[in-house]
Design a binder for this molecule. Structure first.
Ligand code: ADP
Ligand code: MG
Length: 344
């Protein structure tokens, strides 16, 4: 079994070696090294899409094909944004939010599949992940420091329940079983976009790459014989890393309370909402999830943020191939069981 060391530097005190089991790494490494060509170079692009920074980077031997692949990934991100953005009137997501409270709305197979995936994660997390959080979530504006008043919030919370989203797979339609339901895929769409981008690169024969959409990343292969490094930000020290993760062939997502927030009377209002209250979840400061694909790590980072340390780690320890690093409300680190195999 391969071992990947995770160096932990929180407030400069703690330094730990952590075992990481990923059979896939050894397979990847065994084949990647002898196959590596001496020719080729790194290609990359960064663009603001989906309200975040999209970064694509890979090794390629043919500059023309590489530029083509970069453009294909960026186009794909724009396409998904146009399909799923809650801010675009023309998106399919907006069409659902306008119409599904009254009658079934026809949607693309891709959006339908992501709605089904969201429902699956909702069931898996006992409703901690719930795209109808937006029934209340839409009354917050973190940039302007706006939040719903008590009456507004009490009414809106009635319309939060993932079971209100009724999907008819045969008909290809979505219908809301409550008139005030509003959905938002902000907790899963970036992961989906990253996975789609990785599929496009793979189809072009690219096997050493990283795509990041804000806090959601996926890596294929290694970085010319070295692991890629993904940092977990210290939630209270912008620009400082609390954890450095050397990674190969994995997806990693971080959800934090420092991304979009405002403070009122000493209380932090941020963009991860507890579906039971319609208010921000406040037990932890950040959650990082490692797993095989970004759609799932994205949705689970949001979920575990809502669940908190105990319930979150219980869930992650029950899932094969998924790991978590949580930074709690006091800045302490918590690891899922498989990451806790500390070297003697
Ligand atoms: P980001 O990468 O945008 O910071 P996260 O993965 O941390 O995103 O998820 C936060 C986003 O998920 C919010 O902006 C919102 O769109 C959505 N969201 C918030 N609370 C929930 C929830 N309980 N269930 C599902 N989605 C949520
Ligand atoms: Mg997420």
């Amino acid at each position: 079994m391969p071992r990947v060391n995770i160096s932990v530097k929180l407030d400069g005190v703690l330094e730990t070696d952590v075992k990481r089991w990923r059979a896939i790494c050894s397979i990847g490494l065994a084949f990647a090294i002898p196959c590596e060509s001496l020719y080729g170079e790194w290609f990359s692009d960064s663009q603001p899409i989906m309200g975040t920074n999209i970064h694509v980077e890979f090794w390629h031997e043919d500059p023309a094909a590489a530029r083509d692949a970069l453009a294909a990934v960026i186009d794909e991100m724009h396409r998904i944004d146009e399909l799923m953005s809650p801010f675009r009137e023309s998106s399919e997501l907006s069409a659902i939010n306008r119409g599904a409270g009254a009658a079934p709305v026809a949607v693309s197979a891709e959006l339908l599949a992501l709605l089904e995936r969201s429902a699956e994660v909702s069931r898996m997390t006992d409703g901690a992940f719930d795209i109808t959080y937006a029934s209340a979530g839409r009354f917050y504006d973190y940039r302007k420091g706006v939040r719903p008043d008590e009456a507004q919030l009490t009414a809106a919370v009635q319309a939060i329940d993932y079971r209100y989203v009724q999907i008819d797979r045969e008909a290809g339609t979505v219908r809301f079983a409550h008139p005030e339901v509003y959905v938002d895929l902000g907790g899963i769409a970036k992961g989906h976009a990253v996975d789609r981008g990785i599929e496009l690169l793979r189809a072009r024969g690219i096997d050493q790459a990283m795509i990041a959409a804000g806090g959601d990343s996926r890596i294929i292969g290694d970085r010319r014989g070295q692991p890629w490094t993904v940092g977990v930000q210290d939630p209270r020290k912008p620009g400082t890393m609390a954890v450095l993760l050397p990674l190969e062939d994995t997806a990693v997502s971080t959800s934090g309370d420092y991304e979009r927030f405002f403070e009122r009377d000493g209380v932090r209002y941020h963009h991860i909402i507890d579906p039971t209250t319609g208010d921000s979840a406040r037990e932890v400061r950040s959650v990082t999830i490692l797993g095989p694909e970004a759609t799932l790590t994205d949705a689970l980072s949001t979920s575990v943020f809502v669940l908190g340390v105990r319930a979150g780690l219980t869930l992650i320890d029950s899932l094969d191939g998924i790991d978590a690093i949580i930074i709690d409300g006091d800045g302490r680190l918590h690891y899922s069981r498989d990451l806790l195999q500390v070297e003697p």
